[in-house]
Design a protein around this ligand. Sequence first.
Ligand SMILES: [Zn+2]
Ligand SMILES: [Zn+2]
Length: 251
Amino acid sequence: MQLVVLGSGTCAPTLKRSTACYYVHISGQHILLDVGFGSIRRTLEAGIDYREIDFIIITHTHLDHVGDLAPLVMALRYTPGLKRQKPLTLVGPPGFKSYLHSFSDLTAKWFFKQDGFKVNIREADRETLRFTDWDLTAMPMLHSDAANGYRIESEDRVLAYSGDTGMCDQVISLVNHADLAILECSAPDEEPLEGHLTPSLAGRIAERGDCRKVLLSHFYPMMENIDVVGKARKYFRGEIETAEDFKQYAI
Ligand SMILES: [Zn+2]
Ligand SMILES: [Zn+2]
């Protein structure tokens, strides 16, 4: 399993960190975990071929996680010379289907166009979806009305991704024994944001979940001058890294 961080930032734009987006390559399949605004450009900058994406897995419908979803589908439909045949599978939290249909009715009737490749939509609610050689488990996080965290499991590796969440029991289950857990880490311990984590909370979650390694991400600009790893280290004994756009990991 291969991971490339495409966006370690939030809705607050910075040049250094794009909005939430992670590329995962597993069993020959190309996956994006979240696709916030600006993500398509990040795929180009990282040398990832957006035309080959098979799955887009959305944690929740805040625009820093979903803003480039429709533009990506548009690019797949209308890039000159691209005759995509393979379906695109979208996975999201409860309510995701009606969100996409409302959006399509309003501005983007081409989204579900009949001629051309098919868009499959799966809503995942506390369940495991089985794909070729890998499983995707969705668990509800503590954030917006419907926000999922996900576990991607191959035969011998586990990648967990919290999306946005506050402290809750589910996020601890989500990261349980993960080889790599991507945990959001939006705000400083001294200025916590509701529905988000701080370095200390992320460290506690990684420790309680007994993760092998944690990748802290989703940083608001006020996190730039903070010793994020040092704060998390007080609680977690395993490996800790901060995500940076374009960093790559073999899991
Ligand atoms: Zn977010
Ligand atoms: Zn959010």
